[in-house]
Design a binder for this molecule. Structure first.
Ligand code: PLP
Length: 471
């Protein structure tokens, strides 16, 4: 059926997608055009008549040219952005073509069962309690929301309050203790949940970026009301792991709920060489992770895991006459904040199968080694300095203003200038951060695609940008 509009539009999309992937080797990694040019191209008048589907796809491909980042390619090290494994990408396409509503077993039996199995596999490879409940959310942000909603319900219940029925006005104040390095998505989840940003207390960390036992114990002593402790596994600047084997028992002994931000770091449980960094993480009460980072599933997919199934279900479930499930099946709506939703289980299931247990461990080890090679390689260049060689896959470097008398602010400016020069060069792409009051360049490696050759090309590009900046 050559003129079936579905076939033609999908065929054009297939061609554009494979061209895009082939272009990772040669195209500039970062976008080369900005808002003004994109608006000029895309702000066409919305016409009155319908338009041909294939033409729309062709136009989108032309209009976005230069406006997309090669973030799923092998030389993109900004933020923490995963790539897409081949089977996960293809399964994600099928998910769209099948267009299932992943809310209930009855709205898509296959979507419900694939998600059930993907959840079992995740608990297994992450080595979390096998009887914990889970949800596949849009990302770690909503995984925090889900886990902390369960936490809020449990800690208020222990103090004789039901916020589901009575709301939060008049409820005992909930206090949240979190590392000074906690991710902004934790603050947002706390805000969404009506706990209030003022009730987050940031705890000082030690030289290694971790909360000390005495710091946590002291903070817990100050308040005997409902308390939630958020621990990092790991933070995104230096991949600092709070020591769960020590901290979780201290918090739980006084009735606090422990939630772990393991957006990418929890996947290190799958590596035989790295898993000791996460000793005791399995003792926590809830965990939030991302599939779209280290598992290399296309955006978007997060993972919420909760030990107390009853609290998790109570926080998310609802009753409506048409929401039923045959015995022994799982309605995703009982565990997720969404109602209608994408069938996120298909790409997660595909990625786990494509890698296998050993392959997931290899991916973790390989990306960590690439991160170390980039950080130490740049750190050894004249005019550069290693700030943090990571034990995992996040490291920091900075660039120095070598003029006599240069001060910290000059080094900061130089660092931002070199980052911009590397990104403008098109061979690699990095983001900056402020670490202990100083600017630094983050090196974040999570992509399955990054190869030894990508590492060499990246080091050459940084060397060149540095030389140009010095000249
Ligand atoms: C990425 C990240 C988040 C937020 O995850 P999203 O998937 O973007 O919602 C939270 N915490 C850490 C440590 C992260 O790296």
């Amino acid at each position: 059926m050559p003129d079936n509009p579905n076939h033609v539009a999908l065929a054009r999309a297939y061609q554009a997608a494979t061209d895009w992937i082939d272009g990772y080797a040669t195209r500039p990694v970062g976008a080369t055009i900005g808002a003004a040019e994109l608006r000029r191209r895309m702000r066409v008048p919305l016409q009155r008549e319908p338009m041909d589907a294939a033409q729309i796809i062709d136009d989108l491909v032309a209009m976005t040219e230069g406006g997309l980042h090669g973030s799923a390619g092998g030389r993109f090290f900004a933020w923490v952005m995963g790539g897409a494994l081949p089977s996960a990408l293809a399964a994600d396409w099928l998910t769209t073509a099948w267009d299932q509503n992943g809310a209930l077993y009855t709205t898509s039996p296959a979507a419900a069962i694939v998600e059930e199995v993907a959840g079992e596999w995740l608990l297994d490879v992450l080595d979390l309690p096998r009887d914990a409940s889970f949800a596949l959310t849009t990302g770690c942000q909503l995984a925090h929301f889900t886990g902390l909603a369960a936490a809020r319900h449990a800690v208020l219940q222990r103090h004789g309050w039901d916020e589901h029925l009575d709301g939060l006005s008049g409820a005992p104040r909930i206090r949240v203790l979190a590392s000074e390095h906690h991710h902004g998505s934790v603050d947002r989840a706390v805000r969404f949940l009506g706990i209030g940003a003022r009730n987050i207390e940031s705890l000082e960390t030690d030289r290694m970026g971790c909360i000390a036992a005495s710091t946590l114990a002291h903070a817990l002593e100050k308040y005997s009301g409902p308390t939630i402790v958020v621990l990092d596994a790991a933070d995104l600047n230096i991949a600092a792991f709070d020591d769960c084997s020590v901290l979780v028992p201290i918090a739980q002994a006084v009735g606090a709920w422990v939630h772990v931000d393991g957006a990418f770091g929890l996947f290190a449980r799958a590596s035989a060489t790295k898993r000791a960094l996460l000793n005791g993480v399995e003792l926590a009460d809830s965990w939030a992770m991302d599939a779209h980072k280290w598992l290399n599933v296309p955006f978007d997919c997060g993972i919420s895991v909760v030990r107390d199934r009853a609290a998790h279900r109570a926080a998310m479930t609802l009753t409506a006459s048409y929401i039923t499930a045959p015995e022994d099946t799982r309605n995703q709506i009982d565990w997720n904040p969404e109602w209608s939703r994408r069938a996120r289980g298909f790409p997660v299931y595909a990625a786990l199968r494509e890698l296998g247990r050993d392959g997931l461990g290899d991916l973790i080890d390989r990306t960590c080694a690439h991160c170390e090679a980039i950080v130490t390689g740049i750190g050894a260049m004249p005019g550069a300095e290693t700030v943090w060689v990571s034990q995992l896959n996040q490291g920091l470097v900075r660039f120095l203003d070598t003029r006599p008398g240069a001060e910290a602010a000059d080094h900061d400016r130089r660092t931002d200038r070199v980052i911009a020069a590397v990104n403008a060069g098109g061979e690699a792409f990095f983001s900056g951060t402020t670490w202990q009051g100083r600017r630094a360049m983050r090196v974040s490696v999570v992509n399955w695609r990054t190869s030894d050759d990508d590492v060499s090309r990246t080091l050459a590009a940084v060397r060149q940008a540095l030389a140009a900046a010095a000249g």
